[in-house]
Ligand binder design. Structure first.
Ligand code: CO
Length: 210
């Protein structure tokens, strides 16, 4: 069997199994998606949103990119964010990073990765912002791990910087923002930062007259 054929075979088995357990499952989802969560995670194949949270299709709206970044000029991310907040009306947004993230590691080097440099620049900026703290850590591993956590933290703050989130916080007291880090080593998610609706943000980022 060719490698990709395994996927199509796997799909048949999966669909049969679900239909046996819950005959209406696909009909229900066909009619409507009502996820409570938006997940912004890393593209890394080892960190699939549904599997690691033990959830099923229909429960999480997902956006993934290299190193789970929230970049304010990224039309793709902004479209997903806008759609999930305004139309799907999600109650929670989760930024999920992971230890051992290749994107964060690459950003900490001086290697030239071509066009990827431009994306990684966002992570280099975070390192510069937290250089004093990161550089006190003794080992390279500790510095990478801390950078993964700080990256998640800054991406949650990037969400809170948007007028979209600030407006929704004010008018509808949602969404709750979460920053999590996943361990490839034991499969466990750890909370790094929580920003409930109305959380304080640096005044320079606050919009008036929303
Ligand atoms: Co990654």
């Amino acid at each position: 069997m060719k490698s990709y054929e395994k996927l199509l075979e796997g799909n048949k088995l999966w669909a049969e199994e679900i239909t046996q357990l819950d005959p209406e499952f696909f009909k229900r989802l066909e009619a409507l998606q009502q996820p409570n969560f938006l997940w912004i995670g890393c593209s890394d194949s080892r960190v699939p949103a549904n599997e690691i949270t033990n959830t099923r299709p229909g429960e999480i709206f997902v956006h993934r990119n290299v190193a789970n970044l929230v970049v304010n000029t990224d039309l793709n991310l902004l479209t997903v964010l806008h759609y999930s907040v305004e139309i799907l009306k999600v109650k929670h947004i989760i930024i999920c990073g992971h230890y051992g993230c290749g994107g964060v590691k690459a950003a900490m080097t001086n290697n030239d990765y071509g066009i990827i440099n431009k994306w990684l620049l966002n992570i280099k900026d975070i390192y510069r912002l937290h250089k004093t703290e990161v550089d006190t850590l003794g080992t390279e591993q500790e510095r990478y791990d801390r950078m993964v956590e700080l990256n998640v933290r800054e991406q949650v703050i990037n969400l809170a910087k948007t007028s979209l989130i600030q407006k929704c916080w004010k008018e509808e007291q949602r969404p709750f923002l979460h920053g999590w880090v996943y361990s490839l080593g034991n499969g466990i998610l750890k909370s790094i930062l929580e920003m409930p609706p109305g959380s304080a943000i640096d005044p320079v980022y606050q919009f008036e007259n929303l």
